[in-house]
Design a protein around this ligand. Structure first.
Ligand SMILES: Nc1ncnc2c1ncn2[C@@H]1O[C@H](COP(=O)(O)OP(=O)(O)OP(=O)(O)O)[C@@H](O)[C@H]1O
Ligand SMILES: [Mg+2]
Length: 366
């Protein structure tokens, strides 16, 4: 089996754009979360860009693993390994269908995943949702001494839990909508209407509903509990939706999100043309400055590192900016929000992937 040292390239003089050393990179995507399809799109885009940048790339599905025979895991990084393509449907994928594709469905980490990650110089995490964005994969890689992109296990776990994040927002003086946490089977309580019901650790708006009446409330709780045993019921904030990336502690340009109909649900997030995304947001210099500084405070309050994207609602009537949540492995499909923010800073998609690796590797040099 190759060791990390052996896996480094012999031709160390070869440079990727930006002066970065040519590396062996495992792009980890897919997995068994509701955001599996989005993750495959992120992973495919990043793998293609990193290969174009001159790196040797293995694109790996965390759940399905690598089932082709090999004598050395380094073979997974061969320059002609297929990268495939990805399509994001109108709704989140049927995970039972995915489970049925593996003979041993109990283990989340598929065959040969760890072996191939060990042979990489760095793992580029393209996972979204549950195992992947919630700190578990980060902890697994830490325990195996494998460097990876994005936040560490603790920040990832905190940011994944919207209830826990809220406590830290409050402690740090960051406004966030009032909310209650409900556990499955507990007597139902309410924050009044309108409100927003969402699974506590969800993403991509899966299982999230905007609720205006008591009758809608029961249905919304039933839907959210299908995904998780802990649900957040938040006061509805009427306002403009803003999102800000943070790269290495510094805010990126702000984007305003305007769905053409309804709220920013799964379909409006991923179907092209369904939502207007204005970058940079036309909100004036003062609000831009406020929301950017808030995003940087959230980054530190939740103990994040490398990069992330923070979602806000700006109540223009009261001029209050509420933080909804932080995304520690934000979407990186070629049309996603972070690539748009990077483009506004003059960084193309390939350069953004390099930047993510560069800022993520800092902590391994400390
Ligand atoms: N309190 C609220 N008031 C008004 N709208 C809200 C509220 N909470 C959530 N929303 C709407 O629901 C969407 C999804 O909510 P949120 O960002 O909390 O969850 P998410 O599913 O984790 O998102 P992501 O895909 O960014 O991970 C928001 O983008 C917003 O449009
Ligand atoms: Mg969000």
């Amino acid at each position: 089996m190759s060791t990390k040292k052996e896996s480094l390239f012999d031709d160390q003089d070869t440079q990727a754009p930006g002066g970065m050393k040519r590396m062996r990179i495992a792009v980890l995507c897919g997995g068994l979360s509701n955001e599996r399809d989005v993750s495959i799109s992120t992973g495919t885009g990043a793998a293609r860009a990193l290969r174009e940048n001159g790196h040797q790339v293995a694109l790996l599905d965390l759940y399905l693993g690598w089932d082709r025979p090999f004598s050395d895991p380094a073979e997974a990084f061969s320059d002609d390994a297929a990268l495939g393509s990805a399509v994001i449907g109108d709704a989140s994928p049927d995970l039972d269908e995915v489970r049925a594709m593996r003979p041993d469905p109990e283990c989340i980490v598929g065959p040969n995943v760890l072996e191939i990650c060990r042979a990489a110089d760095v793992v580029f995490l393209a996972l979204h949702g549950e195992a992947g964005e919630n700190g578990k994969v980060q902890a697994l890689l830490d325990l195996n001494g494998i460097p990876y992109t994005g936040s560490g296990y603790l920040g990832s776990a905190i940011a994944m839990n919207k209830g826990l994040s809220k406590m830290l927002f409050r402690e740090n003086g960051i406004a966030t909508p009032d909310a209650i946490r409900l556990r499955k089977g507990e007597p139902s309580r309410s924050v009044g209407f309108p409100c927003v019901v969402k699974p506590c650790s969800g993403g991509s708006s899966v299982g999230t509903s905007i609720v205006r009446t008591e009758a809608e409330y029961a249905d919304a709780l039933e839907l959210a509990f299908r995904y998780e045993s802990e649900v957040l019921v938040e006061t509805y904030i009427k306002g403009r939706e803003l999102t800000v990336g943070v790269m290495d502690g510094a805010a990126m340009p702000v984007i305003e999100i305007i769905p053409k109909s309804g709220f920013y649900d799964y379909k409006n997030k991923y179907q092209s043309g369904a939502t207007e995304e204005i970058c940079p947001a036309q909100i004036g210099a003062e609000t831009t400055e406020r929301v950017q500084r808030l995003a940087e405070r959230v980054f530190h309050a939740l103990m994040l590192d490398a990069y992330c994207r923070i979602d806000f609602l700006w109540d223009t009537a009261s001029d209050e900016i509420y933080c909804l949540e932080a995304n520690t492995l934000p979407g990186m499909t070629p049309t996603s929000l972070i690539p748009q923010m990077a483009a506004a800073q003059g960084m193309d998609y390939g350069q953004l992937c390099e930047k993510i690796i560069e800022v993520s590797m800092k902590k391994y040099r400390e």
